[in-house]
Write a protein that binds this ligand. Structure first.
Ligand SMILES: Cc1cc2nc3c(=O)[nH]c(=O)nc-3n(C[C@H](O)[C@H](O)[C@H](O)COP(=O)(O)OP(=O)(O)OC[C@H]3O[C@@H](n4cnc5c(N)ncnc54)[C@H](O)[C@@H]3O)c2cc1C
Length: 459
């Protein structure tokens, strides 16, 4: 179908899909299987001018707008009932500038695609922990990954972006051009415009690193988690990873007796050459894991390590928050609730921060909470919609239990409910007020509302 009939579009280079078109159902599907929305139009854009045309068309027809990259938003912000979806997935141009150690990356790439292009040169930027997540949503809303203690968040590595504004203007945002917009893009999500290209700093990584999983008996979870906390408090930036409370996965290295029973795993990501990597890992191996599945592997393999355990299209409900620290009481509480995890796909991640993440000055980006030492992510996934009540209730119970150990701050990418008024608390009052001022300038009519929304003053 064409939308060239409107006075706003001379030439739309991409494809427009509407209900009934071949490919429409595949194009509207997102990662969270609980989301089933039927947009009026899906504009699969070929370039920034297409984005501008689609925005003008939406305005002309009075359609609400959603912007979609990898479709991994837990709330399904990339698809909208009866509205117009701007789908950027065809924007896959990728250009590595070896001299400047910078990648110019089309906003439609996934992390698997971007990592492959940069690792061909032994370079990387912090990316998501699943290879099918889109670079656009992840970068704009934080970008937490295995490399964050070494390199900071993806957003911390953003050098510039091409943005189509609510009025359809195509602008460059970086440290010298529109610095207010550039600041807000680093954490403010899709609130300020449609990004068509990112410019990201690259760093030498791998291509071989040392990583994998150490598995511990549940009975030792308290003791091992406390020791892990103490190891990570002293660890150099090159040691990343996290602890995971979950049911034993049906992987070849997991003893049959542990499959389906609560276990503690430590995911190891050591960014150093051998034998330095072995020295980094030694304090973790000294915790006497039942199973040691840590070995040299390509960085791109580490980047896919969670792919199999997170199937596309199942039900999702996530909660997360920063924790001031991880005191013994928090460990005991987390273990007590995690013992009742209802789904074999659900994982609680306890994530050590610090390192390069913690050295970014508060206020330098829209991503606050730099002094938090830990974060938890309760990632509930389950296949059968009829199990939703029990899984959602468990996730809420976990979040309520952990609320005692932080101020509720979180980077909004990690929460799967539309947060409404709670978005202010996620950012903290000062950062939120600054984001509202940027929203007032760049999107005062709140065209970009399908996100953890920063409301303009006029709304
Ligand atoms: C299995 C899984 C694993 C995850 N792992 C991590 C992880 O390791 N680290 C982490 O930080 N997060 C992680 N996340 C959360 C993820 O970062 C967010 O859900 C992110 O927003 C997804 O980006 P996307 O492009 O795939 O999603 P989409 O649903 O396509 O988009 C998400 C948001 O970004 C906006 N957006 C998309 N493209 C653009 C664009 N071009 N311009 C402007 N706005 C745009 C959308 O409007 C929407 O509000 C994970 C999520 C899942 C489901």
């Amino acid at each position: 179908m064409s939308i060239t009939a409107t006075p706003y579009i001379d030439e739309f280079a991409g494809t427009i899909l509407s209900p009934g078109d071949a490919g429409y159902d595949a194009a509207r599907a997102v990662f969270n299987g609980a989301i089933d929305r039927r947009p009026a139009l899906i504009a699969q854009v070929a370039d920034a001018r297409d984005v501008a045309a689609a925005l003008r068309h939406a305005q002309h027809k009075g359609l609400l707008v959603a912007v979609r990259c990898g479709g991994h938003s837990g709330a399904g912000f990339g698809v909208i009932e009866d509205g117009l979806v701007i789908d950027v997935r065809r924007l896959k141009r990728v250009e590595v500038d070896l001299a400047r150690r910078v990648v110019r990356a089309g906003a439609g790439l996934t992390w698997g695609e971007l990592d492959a292009a940069t690792q061909a040169h032994g370079l990387a930027v912090t990316g998501g922990r699943m290879s099918t997540t889109g670079i656009a949503g992840l970068t704009l809303g934080s970008g937490s990954g295995w490399l964050e203690r070494k390199l900071g968040l993806t957003a911390d590595n953003l050098l510039g972006a091409t943005v189509v504004t609510a009025d359809g203007d195509i602008v460059r945002a970086d440290a010298s051009q529109h610095p207010d917009l550039f600041w807000a893009l680093r954490g403010g999500g899709g609130n300020f415009g449609v990004v068509t290209e990112f410019e990201l700093a690259l760093h030498p990584v791998g291509p071989m690193i040392t990583g994998g999983m150490l598995l511990f008996e549940w009975e030792r979870a308290r003791e091992v988690l406390a020791a892990y906390r103490d190891v990570m408090a002293q660890a150099p930036d090159e040691l990343g990873g996290c602890a995971a409370l979950q049911l034993g996965p049906p992987a070849p290295f997991v003893p049959a007796a542990l499959v389906g029973r609560p276990v503690l795993a430590i995911i190891v990501a050591a960014f150093a050459e051998e034998p330095a990597a072995q020295r980094l890992i030694a304090p973790l191996r000294a915790l006497r894991p039942l199973v040691d599945a840590v070995a040299p592997m390509p960085y791109v393999a580490l980047q896919q390590i969670t792919d199999e355990g997170c199937p596309h299209g199942v039900q999702n409900h996530w909660k997360a928050a920063f924790l001031d620290d991880l005191p013994d009481a928090a460990i005991a509480d987390a273990i007590q609730v995690a013992a009742d995890i209802p789904s074999p796909l659900t994982v609680v991640l306890l994530q050590p921060l610090g390192g390069a993440y913690g050295r970014v000055e508060e206020g330098a980006t829209a991503l606050s909470h730099r002094s938090a030492r830990w974060a938890y992510h309760a990632l509930s996934l389950w296949p059968d919609p009829s199990d939703s009540a029990v899984n959602r209730a468990w996730t809420t119970r976990f979040a309520e239990t952990m609320a005692a150990y932080g101020d509720g701050g979180v980077h909004p990418n990690h929460v799967s409910d539309p947060a409404g008024e709670r978005v202010r608390a996620f950012y903290g009052a000062a950062t939120y007020e600054r984001l509202v001022a940027v929203k007032d300038r760049w999107d005062p009519r709140n065209v970009f509302a399908a996100n953890q929304n920063i409301r303009p003053s006029a709304s």
